[in-house]
Design a protein around this ligand. Sequence first.
Ligand code: EPU
Length: 417
Amino acid sequence: MLMKTLKIKGGRPLIGRVQIGGAKNSAVAVIPATVLAESGCEIENLPEIRDVDVYAEILRDLGAVVTKDGRCLSVDPSRLSPIPLPDNKVKKLRASYYLIGALLGRFGEVSIGLPGGCDLGPRPIDQHIKGFRALGATVRQSGGILHVHAPELTGARIFLDVVSVGATINIMLAAVRARGVTVIENAAKEPEIVDVATFLNTMGAQIKGAGTDVIRIRGVSRLRGCRHAIIPDRIEAGTYLIAAAATRGEVSVEQVIPRHLEPLTAKLREMGVRVREDDETVWVQGGSRYRAVDVKTAPYPGFPTDLQQPLTALLTQAEGVSVVTENIYSARFKQVPELARMGARIRVAGTTAIVEGSTPLYGTSVTATDLRAGASLVIAGLAAEGETEIAGVGYIDRGYERLEEKLRSLGAEIWRS
Ligand code: EPU
């Protein structure tokens, strides 16, 4: 079947309110974490995106009873077994690697295909493996399959060489069932890590320090099912805020945690965008002129790499030279050649993109090569004069729920064909 394209007739300011869904990067960790329980879990406020559906399918393949009702997933993992998972479903998403920590914690063994996900340059999982080994597991790779085995997991002190969201969560998943205490040092501090730790603690785990760079986990022998609501998606929220500024509109993003958006809202203010925050809402009002800014991506609470690509689309509308430094991934500027086709003046040198603005953008045919590159092109299309056609919609569907519906409610002309 020919994949559809997204079409946007640009030039209309986005105006109104938009409700933000649950965080993708939290959901894709909490869903596999249910495997650790010996009774049923209810997960609420899940985003309605493809990655969630794929994960639900993988749990069914493992023998869990999974039912989905809108944003709610109920998982009964009591009859689940650690059958090998070499197939292509695990290759459809990056976060399938969380099944290693979760199945290791529950059963002491797992065989799984190496994870897939967006191509952002090399994405090694050596820190995850180092953590599992420190807990006493043997890790072996044959073909594209990873075999991890540990008759007994024992708590350990693990210092991460790089700050990694995935490794921090994955080690936490295994360590909650290890004998004794595990300490993860140089841990990542993203809100999604805190969310997963909260979920595990509600299941009966003993995790302290999530959200700081030292996490302490005292292993327990059993975890029970529980109910948990996923935190709001700060990256989805940020994407709408950037789109509002790029179209010189006025938008409130609702059901968010404003503090999680501070790295972005601080940058928007620096550019001259008006921003106001309230308990669960962030409001932006675009203006006619923006100042160029420098941006460096960094682990939380630094500027998120996931918003770097969307932000470059907005920076084409700022006056002067903006310098964007991508410190997390080596190949995360794939939006740049596509933005250039729309009229942007951007040069990439290594891990830096130099954006010269402001330049008018014009609609044309472009291709999304990964999820956030897709978001960047949608923002550019909304701000551009004329019609933009975006191929590669499958990437965008991995991470943005009801994108056209939400944008149309803000006044955008966007459709699939
Ligand atoms: N790294 C290693 N070794 C490891 C793990 C990571 O060298 O064992 C490196 C990576 O190559 C990268 C850096 O450490 O340079 C950070 O990677 P991290 O492990 O934090 O990334 P991740 O857990 O694979 C998650 C999100 C990404 C987001 C990054 C950074 C999920 C499923 N994915 O990836 O989200 O960009 O953290 O915040 O949580 C997205 O949503 O578009 C996305 C790609």
